[in-house]
Design a protein around this ligand. Structure first.
Ligand SMILES: NC(=O)c1ccc[n+]([C@@H]2O[C@H](COP(=O)([O-])OP(=O)(O)OC[C@H]3O[C@@H](n4cnc5c(N)ncnc54)[C@H](O)[C@@H]3O)[C@@H](O)[C@H]2O)c1
Length: 440
């Protein structure tokens, strides 16, 4: 297939780098979004998300004239859908007493419907949004066939998951292996040909449902593995062990790779995608369900840790460092740090948050500081929730001169306990409850 013009629907963390990379590889790209803030920001040459290197790529894509930004799709050779697939906040399913989350596919449905008037014979449509198994064949295909064209015969249809790491999206977009699942082998070939324009990693053709399942299996595996690390952190505290040291030692085993515990699991992927399996097969997924429960409960464990350090939290001033769902990104979606802050406030604590990647975050009930100093100066304790490099690199003596707090609670193994103790701090670490040697 020969591709000259494509439409990318959804210009977020996935769609925007994808659209601009195609544009800088010579394709005419129409980037489509329904959010006017996104459209206006991009049209003025700026970007609305934090992703290293992306601003430069966007500028060059826009100035070359290859990338245009629009509210609506246009006729094109291919259409890529990269819109959000969250779960519903206000609806749940239930199976055998287990309540589970339901995928909110409204954006996928409306993006697919938006393509309908422009779909022509010979086109290729690719869904990139992470979706429940069989979405491509059971949801997307019937919508597109309302055009009167037949999927797999008149137009190609694929699912291709995105597996990039935020913070490294531009590099991983081109270098990672890519799975392209077609509803027919010819559809997979067409998808392969499109991605081959810029992908340097291996491109593997398969069927659409396998490709959907691959993505969900990857994220579910991480969720389950983090859940066991979180359970280990609880066990370590019960038995007077330092979980970080125990994990380091266990990982010396050549076939063991235990992940890191922390305040929970967040982001738009790992804390969401396992539910897509549970929703579509609750009778087959008790392990996946319980791993989700463990990770969702971890913020409560953090609050217990804070109480260990401070006693009653009523009226206590706590500086929380980090709100993002993981280190060195500005993405706050489903962040367990946010949940921790809310729970501390419920216990009566006054929490000030410093998130260097999103200082102006506007989350109901959360008090953001404009910089580190106002967050920590009057605090009774400082709580490290995200392992941002700039937090790890803080100088304990300098930090001590800026805060009246002398209690630290480290939930991510970000700080070297000895250095901070030398600077006069008492440090509590998640997953660590070392008993004096005489008690053992
Ligand atoms: N962010 C990641 O690291 C990542 C990694 C792999 C897969 N994914 C998946 O990719 C998909 C997109 O994620 P994201 O992080 O880019 O989301 P995002 O929220 O950053 O961006 C999605 C964009 O789609 C727009 N949008 C919503 N409805 C639309 C519609 N009907 N038509 C056109 N635009 C519409 C939104 O305004 C937004 O700008 C999700 O399914 C996600 O699970 C994300």
């Amino acid at each position: 297939m020969n591709f000259q013009k494509i439409c990318v629907l959804g210009l977020g963390y996935i769609g925007l780098p994808t659209a601009s990379t195609f544009a800088t590889h010579g394709l005419q790209v129409v980037g489509v979004d329904t959010n006017s803030h996104v459209i206006e920001t991009l049209r003025s040459g700026n970007i609305h998300i934090h992703e290293p290197g992306l601003q430069t790529v966007i500028e060059s894509a826009l100035t070359s004239g290859n990338l245009t930004i629009s509210f609506r799709p246009e006729e094109a050779d291919a259409f890529l859908i990269a819109v959000p697939t969250p779960f519903y906040e206000d609806k749940q399913g239930e199976y055998d007493g287990r309540k589970y989350r339901l995928a909110d596919m409204r954006a996928v449905i409306s993006a697919t419907e938006a393509i309908l008037p422009y779909l022509r014979k010979g086109n290729l449509v690719i869904l990139e949004s992470t979706s429940p198994p069989r979405t491509t064949v059971d949801l997307i295909k019937p919508i597109l066939e309302k055009s009167g064209l037949k999927a797999g015969v008149d137009f190609h249809l694929c699912y291709s998951p995105e597996r990039v790491l935020p913070g490294q999206i531009l590099r991983e977009l081109t270098e990672n292996a890519r799975v392209v699942g077609g509803i027919t082998p010819d559809s997979a070939k067409a998808g392969h040909a499109l991605y081959a324009i810029f992908v340097k990693g291996e491109i593997i053709e398969t069927d659409a449902t396998t490709a959907e399942m691959v993505k969900l299996m990857e994220n579910t595996t991480r969720d389950v593995n983090i859940a066991i690390a979180n359970e280990f952190s609880r066990l370590a505290e019960k038995f007077g062990v330092d979980v970080w040291e125990a994990i380091r030692l266990a990982n010396l085993h050549p076939r063991i790779n235990i992940l890191s515990p922390g305040p929970g699991v967040g982001g738009h992927c790992i804390s969401v995608d396992p539910w897509f399996f549970v929703e579509t097969a609750p009778e087959l997924t008790p392990l996946i369900y319980h791993a989700r429960q463990v990770n969702d409960a971890q913020p409560y464990f953090v609050v217990e840790k804070v109480k260990q350090a401070l006693g009653s939290l009523k009226g206590k001033k706590i500086a929380a460092l980090g709100l993002a769902y993981k280190p060195n990104v500005d993405d706050l979606r489903e962040s367990p740090a946010t949940e921790v802050v809310h729970l501390l406030q419920k216990e009566g604590a006054q929490v000030k948050v410093w998130e260097p990647f999103k200082p102006d975050a506007n989350i109901q009930g959360i008090n953001m500081a404009a910089s580190l100093e106002p967050a920590i100066q009057d605090a009774d304790a400082v709580l490290l929730l995200v392992k941002h490099t700039e937090f790890v690199n803080l100088n304990p003596d300098h930090f001590a001169s800026k805060t009246k707090a002398r209690i630290l609670i480290d939930c991510v193994n970000g700080w070297d306990a000895n250095s901070w103790q030398k600077a006069g701090f008492q440090i509590y670490r998640l997953g660590v409850n070392k008993l004096p040697i005489t008690n053992l």
